[in-house]
Structures are given as structure tokens and as C-alpha cells.
Design a protein around this ligand. Sequence first.
Ligand code: ADP
Ligand code: MG
Length: 312
Amino acid sequence: MTPDSPKKVLLVALGGNALIKKGQKGTLSEQFANLREPMQQIARLSRQYRLIITHGNGPQVGDLLLRQEALPELSHHPLEILVAQTQGWLGYMIESTLDGELTRLGVDLKSSLVSLLSYVVVDENDSAFKNPTKPIGPVLTPEQVKRADYPVTQTAKGPRRVVASPKPITIVEKREIKTLIRNGFIVICCGGGGIPVVREGRGFAGVDAVIDKDLASAKLAEDVGVDIFCIATDVPGLALDYGTPKERFLDEVSKKEAYDYLKTGQFPPGSMGPKVEACIKVLENGGQRTFICSTDEITKALDQKAGTHFSL
Ligand code: ADP
Ligand code: MG
């Protein structure tokens, strides 16, 4: 592929929750199997688009936290270290699954996949540090909720641990990512929203938080210049009255409608709220198309036959 080829840049933000389907325990073989469907689609799409894949890590970082809590005699790792670990864990799983699918399709991209450790700068005075909103880890049992010495919130799936989720300010590796996609590499980056850091002089220091991967992906789209922005998750799109008998999924939503629904609490912070905010931000910053769809329907949504599509 030649540098600066005219192919459009497609960013797919994969949900950490989508790697573990409802009712599954979340074993590694289940996570590998769940990656097959989106990676088959992405492998085919690589013929048509320059690709960036970002991914969440909510269930996986929660899993690491539970493991270290089960071994109190070992030294405790802060969240930024656990986020870095999940970038390696999921970067490996995504890269190897995609590599397999590319090979199966006969796409000559074998050497053109890169998983990049990514740092994302946040503001140490962000009010999120005082008000944790980001659910991580599994749904807790009533017994675990009673014993929890950390904040817990009620989510649509049940009670979960919450951690601080400050806003992303910039992606440290944006220039490198831009250069890689221009040169035909598929880049897997900003895993789990990126390793959260604050600036200390010319250097960085990690902070105890998990950045929302959808907001980090929107910031990356702005920093790098993305044409099409796709958030792939474990539901078919954006619903009104989600989880109630009146639930209905939207094919399209305008910025005004989305913000009105957001105000009335239709899209909770820590899950659908940031996805909506991310899709609107990308459009405002020059993105051509943004949508939320299920991980199994990325191609269908690109053809406008699935998902919820945003307009300004
Ligand atoms: P991901 O790991 O893909 O970021 P999240 O759990 O953060 O997934 O967000 C997707 C979840 O948002 C869905 O599984 C659903 O339970 C929840 N949700 C809450 N409100 C809505 C809504 N209005 N429409 C669709 N999904 C919603
Ligand atoms: Mg999420």
C-alpha cells in the first residue's frame, strides 16, 4: 500500500463487555471465540478501509482487581498498571484473532498489525476523581456488595464496582498512530481508554483511574483524523427506555435529540452516556459518519442496515 492512499480511515471501538456475552463466565476461550465474528468482519473491511481498533477493558481490569484482592499478601498494583496489563492481554487476543482471519481470507497484511501501548493524558484536578462513575468488573453478588470496601453503583446489569473516569485530554502516541495508518498498518491502540497519566514537567506519571474508552477513542479520532467512527458493543444500538417493556432501538438520532434524551437519564454515565457524547464529538470535529452497533453487525451498520446513526 502506498503512503497517503485515499482509503477512508475507519475507527472501530470494541466493547470490553462485548467480549463476554450475557450468561458467560468470561473464560479466555469464550473471549477468543467472541472475537471471531468482529475480527472476520474487520479482516474483510481492511481491503476497503485504513483501520484503527480501540477496545474497552471493563470486565478484564475488574478481573485483575479481583485476582489481586484474593492475594492480599502480594503488593497491590494501582489501576494504571492493571490497565497497561489489559492492553497487552487484549492487544494480543485481538491481534492474533485478526491475524488468523486475515490469513484465512488471503489478505496480504500479515506483517501489518501493530498493538500499541497507549498513554492518555488526564487533568489531575478532574472532578471525576471525587465522583467515580465507571463500572468495572463483574456484576457483584449481594454478599460481595455487603463486604465491598470500594464504591459500588447499580447498573442495568446489576451492582458493579465503580472507579474514577477522568476526561481524556490528548493521546500521547497520536503522531505515531497517524504515521502507522498512513503506511497501511492496522493499529490496535488506546486499549481500556489508555494508560491514564498526568503531566509532570516533560514527563508523565500514572494515576489511579480508568478512562472511558469511547471518549478516548473520540479524542483519538480528533487527534488523528478519522472519517468513520464505529462503536461496537453488546446491544444493537441506542435504545429509549432501555430494559423496560417500552424499550425501542433508534435507527437515527440527531445531536439535539441525543442531548435531550441524555438530560432525561436515558443514557447512563459509564456506559451509553459516553458513547453518545463520543459519537457527537467526532461529528463536530470533522468525522463524516458515526454510529453505535452490535459487534456482530459492523458491516451491516456500515451499509446503514443496522445500528444507531448520528447526525448534527
Ligand atoms: P462496552 O463494554 O461496549 O463499552 P457498556 O456496558 O459500557 O459496554 O455499554 C453498553 C451497555 O449499555 C449495554 O449492554 C446496556 O446494558 C447499557 N445501556 C444502558 N442504557 C442503554 C440504552 N439507552 N440503550 C442501549 N444500551 C444501554
Ligand atoms: Mg463501556
